[in-house]
Design a protein around this ligand. Structure first.
Ligand SMILES: Nc1ncnc2c1ncn2[C@@H]1O[C@H](COP(=O)(O)OP(=O)(O)OP(=O)(O)O)[C@@H](O)[C@H]1O
Length: 293
């Protein structure tokens, strides 16, 4: 056996070196296997394959002594690696940047100038919710707060238009192609419609179906306000911080949404749209909701 090994690896290499080399190769193979398993079926495979081809081209150019081509490919390879990482982690990067933007005082100050537009968006939501309730057209309208809703937006159809009550009414026309699912508002823009929300697993009154469970589900998971219009009862509710505030009239809805999105942006800043603490006056004030679950 030893003779065969000596024949294969030469007389200068000891068995210890061979064992070390085998462990080394085994570890690298295991690492590659784990990485391939993690990225299997994702966009990363295509990105890695592209990088692999570039690497092959670079090696080929080096071996053939094509200096200019290998210089170009070498530089291209290092930049492609950076762009590859950006493509792979784009949603995480987007989330991190959004978080940074929100926490920046300068941006917060600038965004205060947008209060008038924000108030216009809230007024449009209130008007549309009242009209939808009168018509008994079911609706789900998500208003983004501190949590980034990119994932929810990605599940629907991008709209990116100014929020108007007319636009909301047409989205939730029962015969319309995107009346199912939720419309998502970011600032004063309607970002998307027909979006999927996570369903709440919490116990809820029997008369509440999946529309209300979806509103609660999102409000349980992230910081967002979800306006729900019931098709069956013509009732308007708001899901916020895991609680469903039911049967809001137009005045109560406006007061609640203003406390979250309009007055919260003025001066104090720190309020950041926090609703009144439990036990204190409800943000909906005297027109307070009849029930909350
Ligand atoms: N996960 C979800 N994400 C977004 N929208 C959803 C989701 N699940 C259901 N919906 C919406 O809710 C509608 C079904 O509402 P359903 O009648 O079951 O609920 P409900 O709470 O009883 O509401 P309503 O009082 O309006 O009848 C669907 O057609 C769809 O538009």
């Amino acid at each position: 056996m030893q003779r065969i090994l000596v024949y294969l690896i030469g007389p200068d290499v000891s068995l210890g070196d061979l064992a070390l080399a085998l462990v080394d190769i085994g570890l690298v193979a295991y690492l590659v296997y784990r990485v391939l398993r993690i990225i299997r079926g994702t966009r990363a495979v295509a990105v890695l394959f592209g990088l692999f081809l570039l690497g092959l081209g670079y090696l080929g150019a080096q071996v053939a002594g094509l200096e200019t081509l290998s210089w170009v490919l070498g530089h291209f390879l290092s930049y492609s690696f950076i762009f590859g990482v950006i493509v792979l982690f784009q949603s995480d990067i987007r989330r991190a940047l959004a978080e940074l933007g929100r926490s920046s005082r300068l941006l917060a100050a600038l965004s205060r100038d947008d209060l008038a537009t924000q108030r216009g968006a809230v007024d449009a939501v209130v008007k549309a919710a009242g009209e939808l309730a009168r018509r008994r057209h079911g609706a789900l309208i998500v208003l983004e707060r501190s949590a980034d809703l990119s994932d929810v937006i990605d599940s629907g159809l991008r709209v990116d238009a100014a929020v108007t009550s007319e636009l909301l009414l047409s989205i939730f026309l029962p015969a319309g192609p995107i009346h199912d699912g939720a419309a998502v508002i970011q600032g004063a823009r309607l970002a998307a419609a027909g979006c999927l929300l996570p369903l709440s697993a919490a116990e809820a009154p029997q008369e509440l179906g999946t529309r209300h469970r979806a509103a609660l589900g999102l409000a349980e998971e992230v910081d967002a306000a979800v306006v729900v219009v019931s098709e069956e009862r013509g009732e308007v509710s708001v899901a916020l911080e895991g609680t469903l505030h039911r049967a809001l009239d137009e005045k109560a809805l406006r007061k609640l949404l203003y406390s979250l999105f309009v007055t919260a942006g003025r001066g104090s800043g720190g309020a950041a749209g926090r609703p009144a603490p439990a036990g204190g006056p409800h943000p909906a004030g005297q027109g307070a909701p009849r029930a909350a679950i």
